[in-house]
Write a protein that binds this ligand. Structure first.
Ligand code: SF4
Length: 55
């Protein structure tokens, strides 16, 4: 099972805890920006359409 910590969008906490942030670059016709939300490192990524294997 893929989890968030294997995803390029996941940025873990410095203290190595199981929490981190999902940071995604969003591009719409007028601007590009970053969107962040808290996630768990072991969260199931199989249902996430933005998952990108990276780590
Ligand atoms: S929620 Fe989706 S995009 Fe964000 S870190 Fe997890 S798998 Fe990646």
């Amino acid at each position: 099972m893929a989890t968030c910590k294997e995803c390029k969008c996941f940025f873990g906490q410095e203290d190595g805890s199981e929490k981190g942030d999902c940071v995604q670059r969003v591009v719409d016709p007028r601007q590009a920006y970053y969107k962040a939300k808290p996630v768990e490192a072991d969260q199931d990524a199989s249902s996430c359409s933005s998952f990108q294997r990276g780590k």
